[in-house]
Design a binder for this molecule. Structure first.
Ligand SMILES: NC(=O)c1ccc[n+]([C@@H]2O[C@H](COP(=O)([O-])OP(=O)(O)OC[C@H]3O[C@@H](n4cnc5c(N)ncnc54)[C@H](OP(=O)(O)O)[C@@H]3O)[C@@H](O)[C@H]2O)c1
Length: 246
């Protein structure tokens, strides 16, 4: 049995991960800002077999409550084995271009709030000399593109932060998994055309996350073929890339 915090559990991907962990009998500490959905998900996870389920309503941008969140998780579960950070927003890129305040708020949600939570987790796990930190970043963080570079910048910041954190924590027995999904059919992408082989379901990505955490993978592209796609995209020379409309 393991004890996990899931931040942003109302996300379609995170809820699907939580179901798998509930069926394994884990203790779960669920964090999200929508209290009604949080209560519904908690009820469902209890029925599915979670050893215990505790909820904690928090907006991820309430940085001043992050420590309180960990304290409550420790109190309710007795020990924390891992944290999955899943919350995020897909910004309106045009709005970010015209207003720095919009861009800043998106970077806070997708970047800084994640770094704040991981900083607390890292220090706790380093003391414990064990723990797993798993974070949903994105392929969008691998290269800046005109269509979503503010989101990409926040996710890229998270990916680089996690890379350094993994490097720091390896000697303490703490593992850090960076999860980079491609296109996933969730409420976040509701306005997209979803045909074609590049789209994955939330359940597919969730089972990839669970497998990656089990195997203590460092960086995982989900589905796997995004590793090839992003390798190609990353290597397109800048003089060609700037003429492309990606
Ligand atoms: N879908 C994709 O194609 C895709 C691709 C790559 C990476 N990702 C990443 O995957 C993760 C999960 O997203 P998803 O696809 O499962 O989308 P989703 O179902 O729309 O979930 C996004 C979640 O983030 C939560 N959230 C947003 N801002 C928050 C805040 N300030 N405080 C607390 N919670 C907040 C939302 O809560 P509310 O319900 O309260 O709004 C929602 O539960 C995100 O980090 C996303 O960036 C998604």
């Amino acid at each position: 049995m393991k004890n996990w915090i899931i931040v942003g559990v109302t996300s379609a991907i995170a809820e699907s991960v939580a179901r798998i962990w509930a069926e394994r009998g884990y203790k779960l500490f669920l964090v999200a800002r929508n209290e009604n959905r949080l209560a519904d998900i908690a009820q469902d996870l209890k029925v599915r077999g979670a050893a215990s389920v505790t909820t904690f309503a928090m907006d991820a941008n309430a940085f001043e409550r992050h420590q309180e969140c960990f304290d409550a998780a420790l109190k309710s579960m007795g020990r924390i084995d891992g944290i999955l950070v899943a919350h995020g927003t897909l910004p309106d890129q045009k709005a970010c271009e015209t207003s720095f305040n919009v861009a800043r708020s998106e970077i806070e949600t997708n970047g800084l709030s994640v770094i704040s939570l991981c900083t607390i987790a890292a220090n706790l796990f380093e003391q414990q000399r064990q723990g797993d930190i798993a974070v949903i970043s994105s392929v969008a963080g691998d290269r800046g593109r005109q269509s979503n570079y503010v989101y990409g910048a926040a996710k890229g910041m998270v990916s680089i932060f996690l890379q350094g954190l993994r490097n720091r924590l390896a000697k303490s027995g703490v593992h850090v998994t960076t999860i980079k999904p491609g296109f996933v059919d969730t409420p976040m992408t509701a306005s997209f055309d979803k045909g074609g082989p590049l789209w994955a379901s939330a359940d597919q990505v969730a089972s990839g996350i669970v497998g990656a955490v089990d195997k203590k993978r460092n960086v995982v592209y989900l589905p796997w073929f995004w590793w090839i796609i992003m390798n190609i995209i990353r290597h397109i020379p800048e003089f060609i890339f700037k003429k492309m409309k990606l």
